[in-house]
Every structure is written in C-alpha cells, then in structure tokens.
Design a protein around this ligand. Structure first.
Ligand SMILES: *Cc1c(COP(=O)(O)O)cnc(C)c1O
Length: 339
C-alpha cells in the first residue's frame, strides 16, 4: 500500500479493502457478507431511488495511544437507525446485527485506521435502502443494509477555531411534523440549495429557524445547535431536529462539569445573550460559532467577541475527544473496543 499521510487526509471517500452488506428478503434479514466491490447492483424501480426510502448513520473509530481501536457510541447509532427505519417504513435492522456488522467492517479494514498521533479517524457510514421494485407509492418488501468505512482527517486543520453561520429565512430544512427527526437523505436534498448559498457567501452553515413560526432556533444543517450562558448549556427542543448523539454526549459531560442543562425553545432574540455557541456532530465534535447573521432581518449576533472559541466549548471539545481516543477513562460506557 502507498504510504498515506494520515494527518492530511480530507473528509472524503478513500477506497478501503472491504465493505459489508446484509439483505432483507422474504420478511427476514440474512447473513452479513463482506465484499471488495464498491458498487451495488440495483433495480431501476427500487423505492430508494424514487420514493426516498433511504436512511444512513455516521460514527467513528479511533486508534488510541495504546494501539486499541475504539468505536464511539455504537449502540446509540444502531438505535437511531431503527428509529429512522420506523419513520419511513423500512424493515428495521436488529441492534445486534448493526453492532456485528460495524465490528466486522472495522476489523476487516484495520490497516486504514489512522494512527493516534495523526488526529485522524475512521469514518463509518452505514446505509439502509429500499431495493424492491415498486411503481405505486408504497414501502419496499426488500432492503439492503451496507456499511463502508473511509479514513478521515482532523476536522480542524489549523487548530480548533470558530466560523460564522447564517439564517436564511426563505428556506426550511424540515417541517415540524415531518422527517427532520430521522437521519434520511431527503432532509439533505432539502438543504442543498440553502447550504450552497451560505457557502458561497462565506458561511460555514445555515442556521435554520423553526419552519412554523420562524421564531425559534432549530438546527445547523447537518449539526445540532447549542449555546452557553450563565453556566448553562442550552439546546433547542424541537420536533424537527435530528437527535445528535454528540449533543447528547456533550450534555452528559456538561452536567458532569457542573453546568445546568436546558432543553427548550430558544427564541432568536436570545442569541444576543449567549456567551458561547456551537454546532455539534460526529464530523467536528464541536464547531464553535463566531457570529450569526440574519440577513433578511438585517441583524447580526456576534458570539465570540475575540473570534476565538470560548472556554466551555474548548473544554467540552477536548474532554469528548480524550474519551474517544482513550486518553481519559470511559466513565459513561460510550466506547466499544474492537478486539
Ligand atoms: C447526523 C446529524 C447530526 C449530528 O448527529 P451526531 O450523531 O452527533 O453525528 C445533526 N443533525 C443532522 C441533521 C444530522 O443528520
């Protein structure tokens, strides 16, 4: 294998040795199979192509200083995939099958797990799709679950830093009683136009408001939102945001550090009172927010007055990463070690 510069790999697709697959046919899930083909053979009338029967997950494996490989919150991802399956009427994959498949694909691609020193990790992408041919709108009778892995570089190349986000009132990502709470591709398709617009204007992401009243903070494209003030961690309560496992973990850590936790609606006006704010998700853990511009209303909320990540974001970020890499004890039972 060509030498890989582990510290400088992008967040992109790099081919690895194997992916694993499992089919649902005749009302049951089959065995997990490994393959080195990176294409799938699909019927042109498959429901995933026409009616969006597609859900995915995203998690990571980390190599520790001790050489051990740690997967972060494996079972939580398995359960969230089940919830997504229920949400768009797909066959539900048993948690044990998910766990077995992730362990297998990580093990088979062990040589692609970046070394500890690089700050890189192995990104794990499970995918579940409706494969049955169907012309009328109804759920498929057949499904394919697959997982590929790809090494990804450190999110912050030049060190932990802030970035600006933007509120674009002409766009919604998800409806209050829609599919925003499920990790399905359709939500991403719905966010592409706004996301591109934000990027062209130099923003890291779109910060969505609730679709009904356009009054409360919802989430940041592919990441949850949180704010810090008065020793309190505040994150939106909403029926249209994806329950981020990173956000959940940060809440546990914040509580453990003595912060108060509030899960509630956050009116946009309250942004001016935040001492810190961040986007959170598997990719970056925390991406601290420098400022939030509401372009249509001509408002700007400067969160990081000096442009730097605040003390609480910084502490939470390092703490979570330390647990993921095994530098600190796994006191909450979040880690699965791959033997
Ligand atoms: C995946 C995802 C997140 C982050 O979830 P994590 O489990 O923390 O990676 C947040 N919002 C959306 C819309 C997502 O799809």
């Amino acid at each position: 294998m060509k030498e890989i510069d582990w510290s400088n790999i992008p967040f992109g697709y790099m081919p690895t040795d194997f992916n694993v697959r499992c089919h649902y046919r005749d009302g049951k899930w089959g065995e997990i199979e490994a393959t080195n083909s990176d294409t799938i053979n699909l019927h042109m009338a498959a429901t995933c192509l026409h009616y969006g029967q597609e859900a995915f997950e995203g998690l990571k494996a980390f190599r520790g200083k001790d050489g051990k490989v740690r997967i972060f919150r494996l079972e939580e991802n398995a359960k969230r995939l089940q919830s997504s399956c229920d949400g768009i009427l797909m066959a539900k994959l048993p948690v044990e099958k998910f766990v077995e498949a992730v362990k297998k694909v990580v093990k088979l691609n062990e040589r692609f797990i970046p070394p500890y020193e690089s700050g890189s990790s192995l990104y794990i992408r499970p995918l579940l799709i409706g494969t049955g041919a169907q012309v009328g709108v109804s759920p498929s009778k057949e499904y394919l679950f697959l997982i590929f892995v790809t090494p990804v570089g450190p999110y912050f190349k030049g060190g932990f830093k802030t970035s600006p986000v933007v509120i674009l009132r002409q766009y919604d990502r998800a409806a209050p009683l829609g599919t925003g709470i499920y990790k399905v591709g359709g939500n991403y398709a719905a966010s592409l136009v706004a996301g591109e617009k934000a990027h062209e204007m130099g923003y890291a992401a779109v910060l969505y408001l609730d679709a009904k009243e356009k009054k409360y903070i919802d989430e940041c494209g592919p990441a949850n939102f949180f704010g810090i003030k008065n020793n309190t961690y505040i994150t939106p309560e909403s029926t249209s945001i994806l329950p981020s496992i990173t956000n959940n973990s940060l809440i546990t850590l914040a509580e453990d550090m003595g912060l108060k936790i509030e899960r509630r609606q956050i009116p946009e006006d309250e942004l001016s009172t935040l001492e810190e704010a961040g986007q959170c998700g598997t990719a970056a853990v925390i991406s601290p927010i420098s400022k939030i511009d509401d372009l249509d209303e001509n408002k700007s909320y400067v969160i990081a007055k000096d442009g730097k990540p605040g003390p609480v974001c910084t502490k939470l970020y390092h703490k979570l990463r330390a647990i993921q890499y095994g530098d600190e004890p796994d006191k909450f039972g979040w880690i699965t070690i791959v033997e």
